[in-house]
Design a protein around this ligand. Structure first.
Ligand SMILES: NC(=O)c1ccc[n+]([C@@H]2O[C@H](COP(=O)([O-])OP(=O)(O)OC[C@H]3O[C@@H](n4cnc5c(N)ncnc54)[C@H](O)[C@@H]3O)[C@@H](O)[C@H]2O)c1
Length: 255
């Protein structure tokens, strides 16, 4: 899909990866809606790239439909949705906290992604097609332990949601793909790294600039051959498209 001239909604785009994605899509000629909880920073980011701003707390389930309606009204439709807003609380984490606390992490990282995608897919189907890119995380991959269980579980669900959406390419001309970054230099990762010990910091893989993820997102939007796929971005190595495998680890066609 050519990005120029398209209407693109990027969530969590006031700062970090989302801001880099919004800037990249605007530079490629898209009309961009910057969606964010932080109204001041979001409006400034949108103004800086000639985009529109939509304020919304995406951890609030009722805010998701109105956010998409507003963005579609401002842009004249939605061709591209980048589900980027995400993150975790400062802890403690599941199972040491009650449902009220881990639910917010699930709502932001999974429920908002599912509902925004569903509503955008409805619009894209009526318009003849579109592209969705989900920003998951390395936390959602693998079968090892993770220090933030609710975040890892939500991100793993986003990877599967992406994969099971592959048939939408044939049925509706909509391609859903996913990026799983490792450590990226953003406001939230700077806060996380500030809490780490020297030994933990030394064990980290190289930290990537947010622009690196933005390039991968733009590539997934542009490449019409990719649907239901996940790209892993680990610092210090080129982006890697994961092969399609079934639950027993057997390769599937298309990978
Ligand atoms: N930074 C990393 O190392 C890293 C690694 C893997 C995955 N990710 C994922 O990438 C995405 C972006 O991460 P980041 O590091 O750029 O985040 P960030 O926290 O640095 O910035 C995210 C932006 O999202 C906004 N936001 C936060 N909660 C929101 C909400 N409830 N509603 C609307 N907007 C909200 C913030 O105001 C901010 O502008 C997230 O989904 C995160 O899980 C990040």
């Amino acid at each position: 899909m050519e990005i120029a001239g398209r209407a693109a909604v990027v969530t969590g785009a006031a700062a970090g990866i989302g801001a880099a994605v919004a800037a990249k899509l605007a530079a490629e000629g898209a009309r961009v809606a910057v969606v964010d909880l932080d109204r001041e920073a979001g409006a400034a980011t949108a103004a800086g790239i000639g985009g529109a701003f939509v304020g919304a707390d995406l951890a609030d389930r009722s805010a998701v439909p109105s956010m998409l309606d507003r963005a579609a009204a401002l842009l004249g439709g939605i061709d591209i949705l980048v589900n980027n807003a995400g993150g975790a609380t400062a802890g403690p984490y599941y199972p040491a906290v009650g449902a009220g606390e881990w639910q917010r992490t699930l709502d932001l990282n999974l429920y908002a992604v599912m509902l925004a995608s569903q509503l955008a897919i409805e619009r894209m189907t009526a318009a003849g097609g579109g592209a969705v890119v989900n920003i998951a995380s390395s936390a959602g991959l693998g079968t090892d332990a993770h220090p933030i269980p609710e975040y890892a579980a939500a991100k793993a669900a986003v990877v599967r949601l992406t994969a099971v959406s592959a048939p939408l390419r044939e049925s509706a001309g909509i391609r859903v793909n996913c990026v799983c970054p490792g450590m990226v230099d953003t406001p939230s990762s700077r806060r996380s790294r500030a809490r780490m010990t020297d030994a933990e910091l030394a064990a980290l893989p190289p930290v990537m600039p947010a622009e690196h993820i933005a390039e991968v997102v733009a590539g997934l939007i542009a490449d019409d051959t990719l649907a239901g796929r996940t790209v892993v971005c680990a610092g210090g190595e080129p982006p890697r498209l994961l092969p399609v495998r079934d639950w027993l680890g057997q390769p599937q066609s298309g990978s």
